[in-house]
Design a protein around this ligand. Structure first.
Ligand code: LMR
Length: 342
C-alpha cells in the first residue's frame, strides 16, 4: 500500500462522511455472492445497518430481483446491484467500497472438509483481490466463503502481488464459531446468549476451532467433560447443519447473522468507536503460523491491535499444539497454490 493508503488518507476520501447531513458517517459495503444462500439473508441484515449508506450487491447470477426486493425496505440504506460473469461488473461493484464481504462460492456437502472446497472457491479469492486492487485498495476485505483457512492466505498473496496488501485489513470471518459457542454455552448455563463472551482462536474448521472456555464470561459452570463435549459440538456444528439440511447445503442463516455482526464490528471500528474487539482469522505473529484467529481490536484503519493469545490452561494449550500442524498445512498449501497461479 502507498503511504497515503497506510495512513488512511485514502480511506477518509472514500467514506462519504457526513453525506446525510446529520453528522453520521456513512459507508459503502459490497456483498460479493449476494444472490446466494448466505448472500441474500446477509444483505437483508445489512440493509438494516444504520452505518451503511450504500449496499451494493454483486453476483454472477442476476441480483436485480434481490436488489429491487431489498430496495423496498424502509431504511435509508441505498441498494445497488451488479451481475454477470464479466470482471468489469465486479470491478464496478467494488468501486470505493469501505468494506467488501465475500460470501460467493460453493457450499460444502456431506463428507467434505472445508479445504476440499479450495478447488471450487479459490478463484473467487483471486478475482476479488485483483478487482479490489483496482476499485477499493483501502477497503476492509472479509471472507465468509470456505475454506476460510485457505482463502485468506490466497487473497493475501494476490493483494501482495498487486501491491495493495495491508494485513490489517484482511479478515477471515470466524464469528459463527463465536456465535455457536455463545449459544451452546448459554443453553448449558440457562442464561441469555447475549450475556456470554468467549474468545475462539485458531481457524475455521474442525480441530482448528478452539473455544477458550477458561476465558468464558460469565465463568463457565460445567466440568471438564462438559467443556470437551461443547468444544466438540462447536467444532462439528457446521456438520450438524449439513446433516440436518440433508443434501440442501450448509449453514446459511446463522452464517449470515454472524457475517452481518462482523461487518457491523468493522464499521464500528471504521467509525472510530472504542473497544470494538472480535475474534477473526488474520495475519498474525501470535503463533509460528502466518495466519491465526484471535480477538482483534478494530479501528478506522482495520486492526488496531491483535489482542494475542489468551492465557491457556493445560488442556487448551494441548489443543492448540494439536491444531497447529493441520492449520499450518492448509496455509502452506494455500500459499503454494496462489504462488503457482501468480
Ligand atoms: C459452517 O461452519 O457452518 C460453515 O463453515 C459452513 C460449513 O461448511 O460447515
Amino acid at each position: 500500500a502507498t503511504k497515503a493508503q497506510m495512513s488512511g488518507i485514502a480511506v477518509q476520501r472514500n467514506c462519504n462522511w457526513y453525506r446525510n447531513g446529520r453528522g453520521e458517517r456513512n459507508y459503502k459495503v459490497t456483498v460479493v455472492g449476494a444472490g446466494g444462500g448466505i448472500g441474500q439473508p446477509l444483505s437483508l441484515l445489512l440493509k438494516q445497518n444504520a452505518l451503511i449508506d450504500d449496499l451494493t450487491l454483486h453476483d454472477l447470477s442476476p441480483t436485480k430481483g434481490v436488489a429491487t426486493d431489498l430496495s423496498h425496505i424502509c431504511t435509508r440504506t441505498h441498494v445497488n446491484f451488479f451481475e454477470g460473469v464479466k470482471q468489469e461488473g465486479l470491478i464496478d461493484s467494488l468501486k470505493d467500497a469501505n468494506v467488501v464481504v465475500v460470501a460467493a462460492g460453493q457450499p460444502r456437502k456431506m463428507g467434505m472438509t472445508r479445504d476440499d472446497l479450495v478447488t471450487a472457491n479459490a478463484t473467487i479469492a483471486m478475482a476479488v483481490s485483483c478487482a479490489m486492487s483496482i476499485s477499493c485498495p483501502e477497503a476492509m476485505l472479509a471472507f465468509v466463503t470456505n475454506p476460510i483457512n485457505m482463502l485468506v492466505p490466497i487473497a493475501a498473496e494476490f493483494l501482495k502481488a498487486r501491491g495493495v496488501y495491508d494485513p490489517k485489513r484482511l479478515f477471515g470471518v470466524t464469528t459463527l464459531d463465536v456465535v455457536r459457542a455463545k449459544t451452546f454455552i448459554a443453553e448449558f448455563m440457562s442464561i441469555n446468549p447475549s450475556l456470554v463472551d468467549i474468545p475462539v482462536i485458531g481457524g475455521h474448521s474442525g480441530n482448528t476451532i478452539l473455544p477458550v472456555f477458561s476465558h468464558c464470561s460469565p465463568k463457565f459452570t460445567g466440568v471438564e467433560d462438559d467443556v470437551n463435549r461443547l468444544t466438540k459440538r462447536i467444532q462439528d456444528a457446521g456438520n450438524e447443519v449439513i446433516a440436518a439440511k440433508a443434501g440442501a447445503g450448509s449453514a446459511t442463516l446463522s452464517m449470515a447473522f454472524a457475517s452481518a455482526y462482523f461487518v457491523n464490528a468493522l464499521l464500528r471500528g471504521l467509525n472510530n468507536e472504542p473497544n470494538v474487539i472480535e475474534s477473526a482469522y488474520v495475519s498474525s505473529d501470535v503463533t509460528d503460523l502466518p495466519f491465526f484467529a484471535t480477538p482483534v481490536l478494530l479501528g478506522p484503519y482495520g486492526i488496531k491491535e491483535n489482542m494475542g493469545l489468551p492465557e491457556l490452561n493445560t488442556a487448551e494449550q494441548a489443543a492448540l499444539e494439536n491444531m497447529l500442524p493441520e492449520l499450518g498445512q492448509s496455509i502452506q498449501a494455500a500459499i503454494r497454490l496462489a504462488q503457482f497461479v501468480l
